[in-house]
Each structure stands twice: as structure tokens, then as C-alpha cells.
Design a binder for this molecule. Sequence first.
Ligand code: NAD
Length: 285
Amino acid sequence: MTNVPNVKLNNGVEIPQFGLGVYKMKEKSEFMEAIKWAFEAGYRHIDTAAYYGNEEWLGEAIKESGIDRKDLFITSKLWNSEHGYEETKAAFEKTMKKLDLDYLDLYLIHWPTANYVESYKAMEELYKAGRIKAIGVSNFQIHHLEDLMSQTEVVPAVDQVETHPYFQQDELRTFLKANGIAHEAWGPLGQGKNTILTNEVLTTIAENHNKSVAQVILRWHIQRDTIVFPKSVHQQRLAENIDIFDFELSNDEMNQIKQLETGERFATSPDDEEFLKASAQKKID
Ligand code: NAD
């Protein structure tokens, strides 16, 4: 077993600070194999979404694993075309049927598309009824959170946003910390499609610790108290990514990484209204 620490969310629920993200795992055989390897390597936290189209496979993989439900932490997300009070309740039931679970650990609003307040109110009811252990949001900027919190009761447990050494989210992090909302990083490795993994500063730090650049980045997230779930379908990388709890970055190294901020996202901005509108038209099964 690995030594992944838990983080306590604002309602006392514990979440493993490290897990597996399963976005773009579209082939069933690849998915099943990756989850099996991940469980073997000690992963217990899986981040999926209705939009990813693999909730049903995750349900199967969980059953096959024989791991106790209480030892797993499963997150899913409400898709943009399913916003609204009744729609959210129906979408949640669809997710639970696919996962074939009795309860969900964490349910998030995937993006701040129109009607997110009504959606969140439905989630609050599901939370109070014990169907979900914690509720939260994703891709919410400070203004979205302020708007949501002024109209609802339950403070979101997490905000899941694009975060990596080139886009560190410092302003949002200060807000999240002040409001007791945990920070989850998506694209923690910059989605592997950019120059982060060959960055010179990170490469030197990695060499000093005899670790890979991916491990240094993930360790940086952990030391900033962020929750991470890098995606990989390769057995060696799955093992490599979770092997980050036996070394520590110095303050100087953390500061060197701090300087890598570019102020630019790799992915879509949550304030891109065109994207939000178009994605809300994108129906899922
Ligand atoms: P990521 O930063 O985890 O990058 C994944 C890619 O990095 C892999 O496809 C691979 O190419 C590379 N990689 C992984 N391990 C590596 C290693 N050890 N060495 C070298 N390369 C490696 O990007 P992601 O998958 O987009 O983000 C992680 C998870 O976050 C997703 O799977 C999903 O669960 C979640 N996510 C959420 C949102 C959202 O809107 N809420 C958006 C994107 C992703």
C-alpha cells in the first residue's frame, strides 16, 4: 500500500490527496486495464464525469476489484447540458445507475453554465439526503463562487480548476483558502501536450531528487495542499505518478517553480461564454 495522505474537506469528509483522472479514456479494454493497475499500485480515488462516457466501466472495475466501497473515493460531475433543478436530479440518478453505487463521494458542477444555482440546489438536497458525501464545483472563478454562495446554503467542498506550474491560480487559491474550499487541480501535468515536461528548471530539480519531471510537478501540487489526479493508461507511469511520497521539495525549489507562472491557461477559460453556451447544447447519453 502507498502512503497517500487524506485531506479533510470542509464538512469533515476525508479525500485522498492523490488519485487517478480518467478523462479521454475512451476504450473499454484500456480503461479496465488502467484502473486495475492503478488499484494495484494503491490508487483509491478516481475522478470521472458523466461527460467522460466511462462511468459504467468504472462501476464494473470497482466490482471486479473487490475493494471495499468505503475504501474508495469516487467523484463524478454534472454535465453542462443537464443543468436545472429537475435535470440535475435526473442526471445524478443516471450517473448512479451507471456507476451502480449506493452513494457518491463527491459530485461537482462541471462548468459554470447557465442555471448552476438551480443545479446546486438539487445537489444540496441529494447531499442532505445522504446520497452524496460532499458537493462542489469545477471551473468556477471567484465571481461564480461569490454568486453561488450568496444564493445557496452548503459551501462547496472543492473547486476543481486547471492548475499546473505554468498556471498556478494564486488569486483563486487565496479565495478558496479563505472560504474553506479545497483546491483540486485538473491538467496537473499540463495535459502532457506542452513543454512543461521538458522545462529546464523542473528537469534540474528532478535530477537533484532522482525523480522524473512529472513526479516533481505532482510533488509541488501536494506541497501546496492541492488535490491531484493525473491521468495515465500506462502501468509504468501510473506507478511513477503515485511514487511521490518519499521526497520533499525545498523552499528554494518551491520558489523556483513559483517563477514558472505564465499567466496563461492551456485550456478554455470558464469566462468564455461562447464555449459555455455551445457545450450546454452538447447532449450526452
Ligand atoms: P494531466 O495533466 O493529468 O495529463 C495527462 C497526460 O500527461 C497523459 O495523457 C500523458 O500524456 C501525460 N503523462 C501522465 N503521466 C505522465 C508521466 N509520468 N510522464 C510523462 N507524461 C505523463 O491532464 P488531464 O487528464 O487533462 O487531467 C487530469 C484529470 O483531471 C483528468 O483525467 C480528469 O479527471 C480531470 N479533468 C477535469 C477537467 C474539468 O473540466 N473539471 C478538465 C480536464 C481534466
